[in-house]
Design a protein around this ligand. Structure first.
Ligand code: MSP
Length: 640
């Protein structure tokens, strides 16, 4: 029987519409769920909505709605977003559902029967927006330490949970299970919180009605966190479906944001201990996003709407950015320029370009049919070994939820495969008529792409599926599993590839608009004036032009132009895209590896809509010859 894997997101409040923070937790959980399914697990992935409580009751009132009407409306926004984001949850739980009411009441009863819930009187500070009780000590200037808003002093009859009795047991559990709370910095925070001593917790309210009634005393509703946390049991049949429950409980991972760690790593485990249920295996708290360096807030008007980002940049682009940009567990910053940078460089230049050129070459040199691998030699084996290493490191990182590290390893393989193509130069092998080597090289880079596409799948499922289509392996189910990466060569020879549309079109930025072709007139006349009237320029003037040795890494024709070629040129510190008018004199393939002279400090220009970030020097009128060097020169060497 398949091993099970149960992962949850927090259930989201329905008094707010979804933003990037909600999208983040859910995408991360989806990545993990997809990864585990790929690894053959029986996965249960849960998300949902947290609908009860005073906050929702208030928000509904302000909107002229009943709480359930408000919840119904907002839940649609969440479900719609998950669909748009390709979230593969197995269930969506709403705390207003009957199935959940039963579980929450059952848990309450069990703990009460055990003697760990008692009726008392409650007097404490309460922060309504945060749904949090605070001690006098926790207040900062008599305000909530988190949201800085005013707090209320509440005095009411309340049921209490005897949390104070569980501090030692919880501490022991945390210490004996180093993975229980992750990352480590967060774990230490919780340890010191528990060591300070746990107070009994008020777990019912009489001051509002929108909640689950306490069994046998409907003057009280169950406190929203006791209600909400129980959702994790409801969805897997807690107290109702023994078989499902024993299959999936305890949960493998509760994925949450750092702000709600205490509820998950202190309250929740103590409730479970009281009920005699096993504790979740891990609570993982990720960091928070700021936006362009600022805290995200409605009052600043900088809340990032995931719907909008997806419409503008694409769903997989957004998913990739969220997972790649920051170390999972730490805080991160969202900015448009960082997102565009990732799309253009990682996705466009590295991945998109690799797929595109690989398929073009498979079509050109192998009639679009994956050849047999033939006899790999040392230089092929280097890539094979690199792929093996990447797969191992990828898996290791994924199992630690180090998503950005996993992607780093994957991108090392992508870049290495690009380099492999540069160095093995299939166009040369073709020219030399070296059919055996050519077959082997084509097989090697296509198999590498298959492996890449599988590792990419959890992060960018729609892209991976397009890649499978283009690689012709969509129907080869056995070639699409994680275990197929354990051995090189899962791609069948004879597979017919099917080159499709470019996956990641470049995102043009505002900065790219001005060019030296549209330079303002005043600037031109000023330059003329500054130049030497005797007809020469000074040495200093000449030195203003930065010239460097560049090595051409990629070259392709610019569509609809017989003169222009689009080059990728390594200039030492970076790779530049340069559009050069040498198409009538050179075939693109013959240029790879050539050392050329590049003007590197020209303002970028747009040529037929393509950005050119420099100029390659050549001599001649019709028949052009590139300026090259007598000996071997390193990319980036200054020319003077
Ligand atoms: N309803 C509770 C959770 C109950 S779970 C039994 C709740 N809901 S929430 O809608 O306010 O937030 C849910 C998640 O969104 C949390 O994991 C929180 O960390 C995350 N985020 C909210 N803003 C965020 C950022 N700016 N950045 C990253 N995540 C953030 O809490």
């Amino acid at each position: 029987m398949k091993e099970s894997f149960y992962i949850t997101t927090p259930i989201y409040y329905v008094n707010d519409v979804p933003h990037i923070g909600h999208a983040y937790t859910t995408v991360a959980a989806d990545v993990m769920a997809r990864y585990k399914r790929l690894a053959g697990y029986n996965v249960f992935f849960l998300t949902g909505s947290d609908e009860h409580g005073q906050k929702v009751e208030k928000a509904a009132l302000e909107n002229g709605k009943t709480p359930i009407q408000l919840a119904d409306k907002v839940v649609k926004r969440f479900i719609g977003l998950w669909k748009k984001l390709n979230i593969s949850h197995d269930d969506f739980i709403r705390t207003s559902q009957e199935r959940h009411k039963k579980t929450a009441q059952a848990l309450f009863n069990i703990v009460r029967e055990k003697g760990d819930i008692y009726l008392g009187e409650y007097e404490d500070w309460y922060c309504t927006p945060c749904e949090t009780f605070l001690t006098e000590k926790q207040l900062v200037d008599n305000r909530c330490p988190d949201c800085k808003r005013e707090v209320e002093l509440l005095k009411e009859e309340s049921y209490f949970f005897r949390m104070s009795a569980y501090g030692d047991r919880l501490l022991k559990h945390i210490e004996e299970n180093p993975d229980f709370i992750q990352p480590v910095s967060r774990r230490n925070e919780i340890i010191s919180f528990v060591k300070d001593g746990l107070r009994d917790l008020s777990i019912s309210r009489t001051t509002f009605k929108w909640g689950i009634p306490v069994p046998d005393n409907d003057e009280h509703v169950i406190y929203v966190w006791f209600d909400a946390l129980t959702n994790y049991l409801t969805a897997v049949g807690g107290f109702s479906d023994e078989e499902k429950f024993s299959t999936f409980w305890p949960a493998d991972i509760h994925l949450i944001g750092k702000d709600i760690l205490r509820f998950h790593a202190v309250y929740w485990p103590t409730f479970l201990m009281a009920a005699g249920l096993p504790l979740p295996k891990q609570v993982f708290a990720h960091g928070w996003w700021t936006v362009e360096g600022e805290k995200m807030s409605k009052s600043l008007g900088n809340v990032v709407d995931p719907y909008q980002v997806i419409d503008e940049y694409g769903v997989d682009q957004f998913r990739y950015f969220l997972m790649r940009e920051v170390t999972f567990g730490l805080d991160g910053d969202y900015s448009k320029s960082a997102l565009i940078g990732r799309i253009n460089s990682d996705l466009g230049n590295d991945l998109g370009n690799l797929l595109n050129r690989s398929l073009t070459m498979t079509e050109k040199y192998a009639n679009g049919i994956v050849p047999s691998g033939g006899q790999p030699i040392q230089e092929d084996m280097e890539l094979v070994e690199m792929a093996e290493k990447a797969v191992n490191e990828f898996n290791e990182s994924m199992n630690k939820l180090s998503f950005n590290r996993a992607l780093d390893h994957l991108w090392e393989l992508i870049r290495e495969t690009n380099r492999y193509i540069d160095h093995r130069a299939p166009w040369k092998l073709s020219k030399e008529g070296n059919a055996e080597r050519l077959k082997c090289v084509v097989y090697t880079f296509i198999e590498s792409l298959r492996q890449i596409s599988i590792m990419l799948y959890p992060f960018m499922p729609a892209t991976a599926e397009k890649m499978w289509d283009q690689l012709g392996i969509k129907e080869q189910k056995e070639a699409l599993t994680l275990s197929s990466l354990e051995k090189w060569g899962g791609l069948k020879s004879g597979t017919v590839v099917n080159k499709g549309a470019i996956l990641f079109p470049r995102v043009e930025t505002e900065k790219e608009a001005p060019t030296h072709h549209t330079e303002p007139k005043e600037e031109k006349s000023k330059k003329t004036k500054d130049s030497d009237p005797a007809g020469g320029i000074s040495f200093d003037d000449f030195m203003k032009v930065e010239l460097h040795v560049g090595v051409i890494k990629e070259a392709e024709k610019v569509p609809k132009s017989d003169k222009l070629l689009k080059l990728k040129v390594d200039i030492g510190r970076e790779r530049r895209q340069i559009v050069a008018g040498i198409g009538k004199s050179y075939e693109p393939e013959t240029l790879i590896g050539k050392q050329v002279a590049v003007v590197t400090n020209l303002k970028p220009a747009q040529l037929m809509g393509i950005e050119s970030q420099g100029m390659v020097l050549a001599a001649g009128e019709d028949e052009l010859k590139l300026v090259t060097f007598e000996g071997d020169m390193k990319a980036g060497t200054r020319i003077r």
